[in-house]
Design a protein around this ligand. Structure first.
Ligand code: ADP
Ligand code: MG
Ligand code: MG
Length: 208
């Protein structure tokens, strides 16, 4: 992984989020306060605007800068959570490098663990972690087994889709949707949706 691939991913994620505006908006309007799309759009635009600065940095330093930027640009519950993902990913990448899939999977796992500890949430609470945790476990397992990139990416996309769908029938125990009790049933979690969109976008880039 190099900085150029991070910049390409940021631009592709921005475009993918914009393409899913209607569904993301609808989900946070149904079980949140309706701002998740705006929050994510603002974060993506802030990162893409850093392009020239990021281009001069090593991948771990670029991810750190992205995390700091997201911390100050995305509001809500999701801002600090997503920022902590990038900051922890940067730290692990600085220690272990970014040259192979196992290294990238380890950095991803550290990012997910940071979200878990900051948000005090786990699988089954109807949050973005219902996508990120199974994706991370699958990523670590397949990367360590030396799975070829096309298969690896296809499997991660499948996990992301499945994890997102799993939130539909859950009652939320974290975030705003927790106030709705059973009324949250039937709606996918908005953070799970944006996580699925971002993961699928990056997988499509990485497998081509
Ligand atoms: P807010 O809820 O403050 O308006 P957003 O709408 O941007 O913030 O983000 C909502 C998303 O954040 C939820 O859909 C959920 O996936 C995620 N989320 C909220 N609280 C937590 C938590 N404690 N742990 C993990 N994810 C959470
Ligand atoms: Mg919201
Ligand atoms: Mg809000």
């Amino acid at each position: 992984m190099n900085t150029e691939s991070i910049l390409r991913a940021a631009e592709a994620i921005q475009a993918a989020l914009l393409a899913h505006e209607a569904d993301i908006e609808a989900l946070d309007r149904a079980i949140g306060d309706g701002d998740h799309f705006i929050n994510m759009k603002r974060g993506a635009a802030a990162v893409v605007a850093l392009r020239d600065e990021l281009a001069t940095l090593a991948p771990d330093a670029a991810l750190h800068k992205i995390g700091m930027k997201l911390l100050s640009s995305i509001g809500g519950a999701s801002g600090p959570l997503i920022a902590s993902f990038f900051l922890a990913m940067a730290k692990t990448m600085q220690e272990r490098g970014a040259d192979g899939w196992p290294q990238i999977a380890a950095a991803f796992a550290a990012g997910v663990a940071a979200i878990q500890s900051r948000g005090k949430a786990d699988v089954g609470e109807k949050t973005l972690l219902d996508v990120l945790i199974p994706v991370s476990r699958c990523f670590t397992r397949l990367a360590e087994a030396g799975t070829e990139p096309a298969t690896l990416c296809a499997e991660l996309k499948r996990e992301a889709e499945q994890g997102m769908e799993s939130t539909r029938d859950m009652i939320a125990s974290k975030g705003r949707a927790a106030f709705l009790g059973e009324r949250a049933i039937g709606h996918i979690d908005p953070g799970a949706k944006t996580s699925q969109v971002m993961i699928c976008t990056v997988c499509d880039l990485a497998s081509t």
